[in-house]
Write a protein that binds this ligand. Structure first.
Ligand SMILES: [Zn+2]
Length: 274
């Protein structure tokens, strides 16, 4: 019995020792903050989710990133055409060409020009606003041009004024926004400077430059941007890109499509004239 008692007491002592050690360990862990770490992790969980949500919000998904419309396809209202980016296919012709409905078609569209439907509608709206504001009667001096029209224009300029002038003033066929049906050259009745740099200083020229974005147009060849666009200042040439993009560019003070989309500057053609 004493042996047995001794064994029991030994077991008891071991048990007590283990319990004490265990209690001490738990206690120490408590002091060292182990349960605190666990509880902090639990507390941090919603915070982590919130951080991820914040990060997602920090990089907003907008209509521009990725672009809602292609900047490469000729049918897209956001297509970028310049001296580095020719229209594809080269002889592209839009399918939805219409004559803009203007109150005085003989005055306002003297050459019977067409534009793509979206651009025609924008022209109608801008003409109405221009008239309502008492600025004058909008005239469409140039609209859609076929590849062949553009080729004729370029060749005539080259043959009469030389290659250097043609390269400077007239886009090569397949490189003109007019071939897209999305570009319009505007003037305003009685204000002169038709297709001239001085149009930018007329009341109408200033009004259009200031307000065109509300109708979806951008002044495509602004003053001082020839190293980027490849063309000198053309205060009469407006490109339809839609209200969203035109307004975004205006609001952020971004003057060219090349800068907006982070594209190469296109001061010259990649291949020599041939
Ligand atoms: Zn033009």
């Amino acid at each position: 019995m004493p042996q047995n008692n001794g064994r029991v007491s030994m077991r008891l002592r071991r048990l007590i020792t283990l319990s004490v050690v265990g209690a001490l360990l738990i206690g120490t862990a408590g002091v060292l903050g182990l349960p605190k770490i666990l509880s902090d992790q639990a507390a941090n969980l919603p915070e982590t989710i919130q951080t991820i949500a914040d990060q997602v919000q920090a990089k907003p998904v907008t209509i521009f990133d990725p672009p809602k419309h292609s900047i490469d396809e000729a049918d897209s209202i956001w297509v970028v055409v310049n001296k580095h980016r020719q229209i594809s296919p080269l002889k592209y012709q839009p399918t939805n060409l219409v004559f803009p409905t203007l109150p005085k078609p003989k005055v306002q569209n003297p050459f019977g020009l067409q534009l793509r439907e979206e651009a025609a509608l924008a022209t109608e709206e801008m003409a109405a606003a221009l008239s309502e504001e008492g600025i004058g009667t909008l005239i469409l001096n140039s609209g859609f041009r076929t590849y062949k029209n553009q080729q004729g224009l370029y060749n005539r300029t080259r043959d009469t004024r030389g290659l250097a002038v043609a390269e400077k003033l007239s886009a090569r066929p397949g490189h003109s926004e007019h071939q897209l049906g999305l570009a319009a050259d505007f003037s305003v009745k009685g204000q002169g400077c038709v297709i001239m740099v001085c149009f930018g200083n007329t009341e109408a020229g200033r009004w259009i430059a200031e307000n065109a974005h509300e109708y979806g147009f951008v002044l495509r060849y602004p003053k001082g941007y020839k190293p980027i666009t490849g063309f000198q200042y053309e205060p009469w040439h407006f490109r339809y890109v839609g209200v969203e993009l035109a307004t975004e560019m205006k609001t952020n003070g971004i003057k060219t499509l090349e800068e907006f989309w982070g594209l190469d500057a296109a001061p010259d053609y990649l291949a020599p004239a041939g």
